[in-house]
Write a protein that binds this ligand. Structure first.
Ligand code: ZN
Ligand code: ZN
Length: 345
């Protein structure tokens, strides 16, 4: 823990009030829905209520202050006169409570997130294990009968496969979309029965030791139309271009642009309405962002997805998503399930 807090301190101009639960967890290992951390130059204080205080006192290097459950009503008298706060997390009501208690508040953004974006070896290990379970589950899913089953039935089966392959749980609800349903990048799986000729998009991931994986593959059910194969091939080529552009020191938006150019050149620029990817770790979506408007630059140790998609309204959707670790000279692709269009039955 102390290494992370020390690295955070190097970036601080005043004590920081950490209120994002996942950031508290990252800095202390402590999981709670009601805990606030104050990182000062000489000490780290955790404010929480009686439900969590006992467990919190077992943390090394953290002073625990038990206060009533509505923490923010009781914090001001315990804080220094000037603190930084996580501007993307503190609610306006809680901000007002601290202000009216006489605290001067400086908005700060992305400080802990920047640390979380560069993974430590044991974090990479957990993400690799999560991805291994994901790879194994996709391999088993590809042996399943798709046609005649509903999207929801396949979702349930995928969850079973994840558990069978050693995952702790799902990182997010399994998303399986068949035929025209997949034309929306975040479709809700329903009662549509998968049919011969469908493209089926499967987007899912697991958690292992608290860390997430994320993978999308698009399957062909029996023979699919040439036009669908064609958008698949364009997407695959774009995904390869995106992978080829990732590396430490590269602006993330340049990787997005490399993949996007392939799709745009093929005439489907309008049909790729989301960013190329996102960082992943304790959360499924975290820094760095890999989007046209992102100002992030890849660092070695980032773990990101590379996931271009093409969505044809009313017809079909394809997306191919790998998880990669950014290295000094490129990236290591963790996702191993094949990217040739896999035919299922
Ligand atoms: Zn995904
Ligand atoms: Zn993703």
């Amino acid at each position: 823990m102390s290494g992370r807090v020390d690295r955070l301190r190097e970036a601080l101009e005043e004590p920081l009030l950490v209120t994002t639960p996942v950031n508290v967890r990252y800095l202390t290992g402590f999981e709670s829905t009601n805990a606030v951390l104050l990182v000062e130059p000489e000490r780290v204080r955790l404010f929480t209520d009686f439900r969590y205080a006992g467990r919190a006192r077992e943390l090394a290097g953290v002073e625990v202050e038990e206060i009533p459950r509505h923490l923010y009503g009781h914090l001001a008298s315990r804080l220094p006169a000037l603190v930084g706060f996580e501007a993307d997390a503190l609610t306006y009501s809680n901000y007002e409570l601290l202000r009216s208690g006489g605290i001067e508040l400086v908005p700060r953004r992305g400080l802990v997130e920047a640390l979380r974006a560069v993974k430590e070896p044991h974090e990479l290990d957990a993400i690799r294990r999560a991805t291994d379970a994901t790879n194994a589950a996709y391999a088993r899913l590809a042996e399943e009968q798709f046609s005649g089953r509903t999207e929801k039935e396949l979702v349930w089966r995928m969850e079973e496969l994840f558990h069978a392959c050693g995952a702790d749980g799902c990182a997010f609800p399994v998303d399986i979309a068949a035929g025209p349903t997949a034309a929306s990048p975040h479709a809700v799986p329903g009662d549509r029965v998968v049919q011969e000729g469908d493209l089926v998009m499967v987007d899912s991931g697991v958690t292992f030791d608290g860390y997430c994986s994320d993978c999308t593959r698009t399957f062909a059910v029996g023979e699919v139309a040439d036009s669908l194969r064609q958008i698949y091939d364009v997407c695959r080529e774009a995904q390869q271009a995106g992978l080829g552009a990732v590396g430490a020191g590269v602006a993330t938006r340049d990787a997005d642009a490399a993949a996007r150019a392939v799709i745009t050149d093929a005439g489907y620029g309008e049909n790729f309405g989301h960013g190329l990817g996102h960082g992943i770790g304790l959360l499924v979506h975290e820094a760095p962002g890999v989007r046209p408007e992102s100002k992030d630059v890849f660092k070695a140790g980032n773990v990101v997805t590379v996931e271009p998609g093409i969505y044809l309204s009313g017809v079909a959707g394809v997306r191919i998503e790998d998880l990669v670790v950014v290295t000094d000279d490129g990236c290591d692709v963790l996702t191993s399930f094949p990217k040739e269009l896999t035919t299922v039955h």
